[in-house]
Write a protein that binds this ligand. Structure first.
Ligand code: NAP
Length: 266
Protein backbone atom coordinates (compact mmCIF):
# COMPACT_ATOMS: atom_id res chain seq x y z
CA UNK A 1 0.00 0.00 0.00
CA UNK A 2 1.35 3.43 -0.97
CA UNK A 3 1.33 6.59 1.15
CA UNK A 4 -0.67 8.39 -1.56
CA UNK A 5 -3.01 5.68 -2.83
CA UNK A 6 -6.16 7.25 -4.28
CA UNK A 7 -4.69 10.79 -4.27
CA UNK A 8 -4.71 13.13 -7.27
CA UNK A 9 -1.64 15.38 -7.61
CA UNK A 10 -1.36 18.29 -10.04
CA UNK A 11 2.24 19.28 -10.78
CA UNK A 12 3.08 22.59 -12.49
CA UNK A 13 6.57 23.17 -13.86
CA UNK A 14 7.89 20.10 -15.62
CA UNK A 15 10.02 21.22 -18.56
CA UNK A 16 12.24 18.14 -18.92
CA UNK A 17 13.69 15.18 -17.02
CA UNK A 18 16.00 17.48 -15.03
CA UNK A 19 13.15 19.59 -13.67
CA UNK A 20 12.65 19.48 -9.91
CA UNK A 21 8.93 19.11 -10.69
CA UNK A 22 9.72 15.85 -12.46
CA UNK A 23 11.63 14.53 -9.41
CA UNK A 24 8.54 15.35 -7.36
CA UNK A 25 6.07 13.81 -9.83
CA UNK A 26 8.04 10.54 -9.83
CA UNK A 27 8.16 10.37 -6.02
CA UNK A 28 4.42 11.03 -5.63
CA UNK A 29 3.54 8.47 -8.32
CA UNK A 30 5.81 5.86 -6.70
CA UNK A 31 3.62 6.04 -3.57
CA UNK A 32 0.37 5.63 -5.47
CA UNK A 33 -0.70 9.14 -6.53
CA UNK A 34 -2.29 9.76 -9.91
CA UNK A 35 -0.30 12.57 -11.52
CA UNK A 36 -1.56 15.39 -13.72
CA UNK A 37 1.23 17.41 -15.35
CA UNK A 38 1.06 20.99 -16.51
CA UNK A 39 3.74 22.54 -18.71
CA UNK A 40 4.22 26.10 -19.88
CA UNK A 41 4.39 26.07 -23.65
CA UNK A 42 3.06 24.00 -26.56
CA UNK A 43 6.59 23.40 -27.80
CA UNK A 44 7.37 21.53 -24.56
CA UNK A 45 4.71 18.92 -25.17
CA UNK A 46 7.13 16.74 -27.17
CA UNK A 47 9.44 16.53 -24.17
CA UNK A 48 6.85 16.32 -21.41
CA UNK A 49 4.47 13.78 -22.98
CA UNK A 50 6.88 10.79 -22.92
CA UNK A 51 7.78 11.60 -19.31
CA UNK A 52 4.13 11.72 -18.31
CA UNK A 53 3.37 8.51 -20.17
CA UNK A 54 6.18 6.74 -18.32
CA UNK A 55 4.33 7.33 -15.02
CA UNK A 56 0.85 6.66 -16.36
CA UNK A 57 -0.38 10.29 -16.65
CA UNK A 58 -3.74 10.57 -18.36
CA UNK A 59 -3.82 14.37 -18.31
CA UNK A 60 -1.00 16.60 -19.50
CA UNK A 61 -2.14 20.17 -19.88
CA UNK A 62 -0.51 23.29 -21.25
CA UNK A 63 -0.91 26.49 -19.22
CA UNK A 64 0.97 29.74 -18.83
CA UNK A 65 0.41 30.76 -15.21
CA UNK A 66 -0.02 34.38 -16.25
CA UNK A 67 -3.21 33.42 -18.13
CA UNK A 68 -6.31 33.10 -15.94
CA UNK A 69 -8.19 31.39 -18.79
CA UNK A 70 -5.52 28.74 -19.25
CA UNK A 71 -5.45 28.05 -15.51
CA UNK A 72 -9.24 27.81 -15.40
CA UNK A 73 -9.05 25.21 -18.19
CA UNK A 74 -6.48 23.11 -16.28
CA UNK A 75 -8.54 22.98 -13.08
CA UNK A 76 -11.76 22.35 -15.03
CA UNK A 77 -10.10 19.38 -16.76
CA UNK A 78 -8.96 17.97 -13.40
CA UNK A 79 -12.46 18.38 -11.99
CA UNK A 80 -14.04 16.73 -15.00
CA UNK A 81 -11.65 13.77 -15.00
CA UNK A 82 -11.25 13.13 -11.27
CA UNK A 83 -13.81 15.30 -9.43
CA UNK A 84 -11.22 16.32 -6.81
CA UNK A 85 -7.63 17.32 -6.11
CA UNK A 86 -5.43 16.35 -3.15
CA UNK A 87 -1.96 17.72 -3.90
CA UNK A 88 -0.84 20.83 -5.78
CA UNK A 89 2.82 21.38 -6.65
CA UNK A 90 4.03 24.81 -7.82
CA UNK A 91 7.51 24.32 -9.29
CA UNK A 92 7.64 27.43 -11.42
CA UNK A 93 10.00 30.36 -11.71
CA UNK A 94 10.82 32.93 -14.32
CA UNK A 95 12.97 36.05 -14.55
CA UNK A 96 14.46 37.59 -17.66
CA UNK A 97 18.22 37.30 -18.08
CA UNK A 98 18.88 41.00 -17.33
CA UNK A 99 17.18 40.57 -13.94
CA UNK A 100 19.52 37.70 -12.96
CA UNK A 101 22.85 39.49 -12.82
CA UNK A 102 24.50 42.87 -12.67
CA UNK A 103 24.08 45.47 -9.97
CA UNK A 104 20.96 45.01 -7.84
CA UNK A 105 20.34 48.73 -7.75
CA UNK A 106 19.98 48.70 -11.55
CA UNK A 107 17.20 46.07 -11.48
CA UNK A 108 14.37 47.15 -13.77
CA UNK A 109 10.91 47.60 -12.32
CA UNK A 110 9.37 45.64 -15.22
CA UNK A 111 11.81 42.74 -14.82
CA UNK A 112 11.25 42.54 -11.07
CA UNK A 113 7.46 42.70 -11.32
CA UNK A 114 7.38 39.99 -14.01
CA UNK A 115 9.53 37.72 -11.85
CA UNK A 116 7.31 38.25 -8.80
CA UNK A 117 4.13 37.76 -10.82
CA UNK A 118 5.11 34.49 -12.50
CA UNK A 119 7.21 33.00 -9.70
CA UNK A 120 5.19 34.02 -6.62
CA UNK A 121 1.78 35.62 -7.25
CA UNK A 122 0.93 32.61 -9.41
CA UNK A 123 0.88 30.49 -6.23
CA UNK A 124 -2.18 32.46 -5.09
CA UNK A 125 -3.80 32.02 -8.50
CA UNK A 126 -3.27 28.25 -8.39
CA UNK A 127 -4.33 27.90 -4.75
CA UNK A 128 -7.59 29.82 -5.26
CA UNK A 129 -8.54 27.43 -8.05
CA UNK A 130 -7.40 24.37 -6.09
CA UNK A 131 -9.37 25.09 -2.90
CA UNK A 132 -12.85 24.08 -4.17
CA UNK A 133 -11.42 20.83 -5.57
CA UNK A 134 -9.66 19.93 -2.31
CA UNK A 135 -12.89 18.78 -0.72
CA UNK A 136 -11.19 16.55 1.87
CA UNK A 137 -8.40 19.02 2.54
CA UNK A 138 -5.07 18.85 0.76
CA UNK A 139 -1.44 19.80 0.49
CA UNK A 140 -0.04 22.68 -1.55
CA UNK A 141 3.69 23.15 -1.94
CA UNK A 142 6.07 25.38 -3.84
CA UNK A 143 9.80 25.57 -4.42
CA UNK A 144 11.91 28.32 -2.96
CA UNK A 145 15.61 29.09 -2.57
CA UNK A 146 17.62 30.55 0.28
CA UNK A 147 18.48 33.67 -1.76
CA UNK A 148 15.26 34.97 -0.14
CA UNK A 149 17.01 35.13 3.24
CA UNK A 150 20.70 35.54 2.43
CA UNK A 151 22.36 37.47 -0.35
CA UNK A 152 23.39 35.18 -3.20
CA UNK A 153 25.14 37.05 -6.03
CA UNK A 154 23.12 37.48 -9.25
CA UNK A 155 19.80 36.11 -7.94
CA UNK A 156 18.49 39.70 -7.83
CA UNK A 157 14.87 39.57 -9.08
CA UNK A 158 14.51 35.87 -8.23
CA UNK A 159 15.62 36.48 -4.65
CA UNK A 160 12.88 39.04 -4.17
CA UNK A 161 10.34 36.75 -5.88
CA UNK A 162 11.30 33.94 -3.49
CA UNK A 163 10.91 36.23 -0.47
CA UNK A 164 7.41 37.06 -1.75
CA UNK A 165 6.69 33.37 -2.32
CA UNK A 166 7.63 32.52 1.26
CA UNK A 167 5.40 35.28 2.65
CA UNK A 168 2.56 34.16 0.38
CA UNK A 169 3.03 30.62 1.72
CA UNK A 170 2.37 31.86 5.28
CA UNK A 171 -0.68 33.89 4.35
CA UNK A 172 -2.18 31.11 2.26
CA UNK A 173 -1.56 28.62 5.07
CA UNK A 174 -3.36 30.89 7.54
CA UNK A 175 -6.31 31.37 5.19
CA UNK A 176 -6.66 27.84 3.78
CA UNK A 177 -6.29 26.12 7.14
CA UNK A 178 -10.07 26.43 7.55
CA UNK A 179 -10.41 24.16 4.49
CA UNK A 180 -7.85 21.72 5.99
CA UNK A 181 -5.42 22.63 3.25
CA UNK A 182 -1.76 22.84 4.24
CA UNK A 183 0.65 25.13 2.38
CA UNK A 184 4.42 24.79 2.64
CA UNK A 185 7.52 25.78 0.70
CA UNK A 186 10.48 23.52 0.03
CA UNK A 187 13.78 25.38 0.06
CA UNK A 188 16.01 23.26 -2.16
CA UNK A 189 19.77 23.49 -2.45
CA UNK A 190 21.27 24.39 -5.82
CA UNK A 191 20.51 21.84 -8.56
CA UNK A 192 21.52 21.94 -12.22
CA UNK A 193 18.32 22.52 -14.23
CA UNK A 194 17.21 24.56 -17.22
CA UNK A 195 16.17 27.57 -15.12
CA UNK A 196 19.25 27.48 -12.92
CA UNK A 197 21.41 27.63 -16.05
CA UNK A 198 20.13 31.18 -16.60
CA UNK A 199 21.81 32.47 -13.44
CA UNK A 200 25.25 33.96 -13.93
CA UNK A 201 27.96 32.00 -12.08
CA UNK A 202 25.70 29.02 -11.29
CA UNK A 203 28.49 26.45 -11.80
CA UNK A 204 30.61 28.16 -9.17
CA UNK A 205 27.62 28.29 -6.85
CA UNK A 206 27.16 24.52 -7.20
CA UNK A 207 30.80 23.88 -6.37
CA UNK A 208 30.63 26.24 -3.39
CA UNK A 209 27.46 24.60 -2.10
CA UNK A 210 29.06 21.19 -2.32
CA UNK A 211 32.27 22.02 -0.48
CA UNK A 212 30.71 24.23 2.20
CA UNK A 213 27.63 22.22 3.14
CA UNK A 214 28.03 20.14 6.32
CA UNK A 215 27.49 16.96 4.32
CA UNK A 216 29.77 18.01 1.42
CA UNK A 217 27.07 16.92 -0.96
CA UNK A 218 24.76 18.42 -3.56
CA UNK A 219 21.03 17.89 -3.59
CA UNK A 220 19.27 15.94 -6.33
CA UNK A 221 15.80 16.18 -7.83
CA UNK A 222 15.02 12.86 -6.10
CA UNK A 223 16.02 14.27 -2.69
CA UNK A 224 13.49 17.06 -3.21
CA UNK A 225 10.95 14.50 -4.44
CA UNK A 226 11.17 12.58 -1.17
CA UNK A 227 10.56 15.71 0.90
CA UNK A 228 7.63 16.58 -1.37
CA UNK A 229 6.26 13.09 -0.78
CA UNK A 230 6.36 13.69 2.99
CA UNK A 231 4.58 17.03 2.55
CA UNK A 232 1.96 15.49 0.27
CA UNK A 233 1.23 12.66 2.67
CA UNK A 234 -0.57 12.42 5.97
CA UNK A 235 2.83 12.11 7.68
CA UNK A 236 3.04 15.93 7.62
CA UNK A 237 -0.60 16.43 8.70
CA UNK A 238 0.11 19.18 11.27
CA UNK A 239 2.76 21.08 9.30
CA UNK A 240 1.67 24.22 7.48
CA UNK A 241 3.04 27.63 6.60
CA UNK A 242 6.65 26.43 6.82
CA UNK A 243 9.75 26.75 4.70
CA UNK A 244 11.50 23.38 4.89
CA UNK A 245 15.08 22.98 3.69
CA UNK A 246 16.54 20.13 1.72
CA UNK A 247 20.06 21.42 1.06
CA UNK A 248 22.50 19.08 2.84
CA UNK A 249 22.52 21.68 5.64
CA UNK A 250 24.03 24.47 3.53
CA UNK A 251 21.76 27.19 4.92
CA UNK A 252 23.01 26.82 8.50
CA UNK A 253 26.60 27.72 7.65
CA UNK A 254 27.59 31.25 8.61
CA UNK A 255 31.33 31.11 8.05
CA UNK A 256 33.65 28.87 6.10
CA UNK A 257 37.30 28.34 6.90
CA UNK A 258 38.92 30.16 3.99
CA UNK A 259 42.07 28.02 3.82
CA UNK A 260 40.09 24.78 3.93
CA UNK A 261 37.79 26.15 1.24
CA UNK A 262 40.74 27.04 -1.00
CA UNK A 263 42.13 23.50 -0.57
CA UNK A 264 38.76 21.95 -1.46
CA UNK A 265 38.30 24.16 -4.51
CA UNK A 266 41.78 23.27 -5.85
P1 NAP B 1 12.94 24.12 -14.61
O1 NAP B 1 13.08 22.70 -14.91
O2 NAP B 1 13.35 25.09 -15.66
O3 NAP B 1 11.46 24.41 -14.13
C1 NAP B 1 10.91 25.70 -14.08
C2 NAP B 1 9.55 25.60 -14.69
O4 NAP B 1 8.83 26.85 -14.60
C3 NAP B 1 9.62 25.26 -16.18
O5 NAP B 1 8.79 24.16 -16.44
C4 NAP B 1 9.10 26.52 -16.81
O6 NAP B 1 8.51 26.31 -18.09
C5 NAP B 1 8.09 26.95 -15.78
N1 NAP B 1 7.58 28.27 -16.06
C6 NAP B 1 8.27 29.43 -16.23
N2 NAP B 1 7.42 30.43 -16.55
C7 NAP B 1 6.18 29.88 -16.57
C8 NAP B 1 4.89 30.40 -16.85
N3 NAP B 1 4.70 31.68 -17.17
N4 NAP B 1 3.83 29.56 -16.78
C9 NAP B 1 3.98 28.25 -16.47
N5 NAP B 1 5.20 27.71 -16.20
C10 NAP B 1 6.27 28.51 -16.26
O7 NAP B 1 13.83 24.54 -13.33
P2 NAP B 1 13.79 24.03 -11.81
O8 NAP B 1 15.12 24.37 -11.26
O9 NAP B 1 13.28 22.64 -11.75
O10 NAP B 1 12.75 25.04 -11.14
C11 NAP B 1 11.60 24.61 -10.42
C12 NAP B 1 11.43 25.42 -9.16
O11 NAP B 1 12.47 25.10 -8.25
C13 NAP B 1 11.50 26.93 -9.38
O12 NAP B 1 10.57 27.57 -8.54
C14 NAP B 1 12.92 27.25 -8.92
O13 NAP B 1 13.10 28.60 -8.53
C15 NAP B 1 13.01 26.31 -7.75
N6 NAP B 1 14.35 26.06 -7.22
C16 NAP B 1 15.35 25.67 -8.06
C17 NAP B 1 16.62 25.45 -7.54
C18 NAP B 1 17.74 25.05 -8.44
O14 NAP B 1 18.91 25.22 -8.05
N7 NAP B 1 17.49 24.50 -9.63
C19 NAP B 1 16.86 25.61 -6.16
C20 NAP B 1 15.80 26.00 -5.34
C21 NAP B 1 14.55 26.22 -5.87
P3 NAP B 1 9.38 26.77 -19.39
O15 NAP B 1 10.64 25.99 -19.36
O16 NAP B 1 8.51 26.45 -20.52
O17 NAP B 1 9.61 28.25 -19.24
Amino acid sequence: MGLLDGKIALVFGVANKNSIGWGIAKALQREGATIVLSYAMDRLEKRVRPLGESIGCELMLQADVSSGDELDAVFAAVEEQYGKLDVLVHSIAFADRESLGGRFVELSRAGLLAAIDISAVSLIELSRRAEPLMKDGGSIMSLTYNASRQVIPNYNAMAIAKAALEAITMYLAADLGQSKIRVNAISAGAIKTLSAGGIAGFRDLLKYAEVTSPMNELVSQDDVGDLALFLASDLSRRITGEVIYVDAGHNIMGYTDVEALARQLD
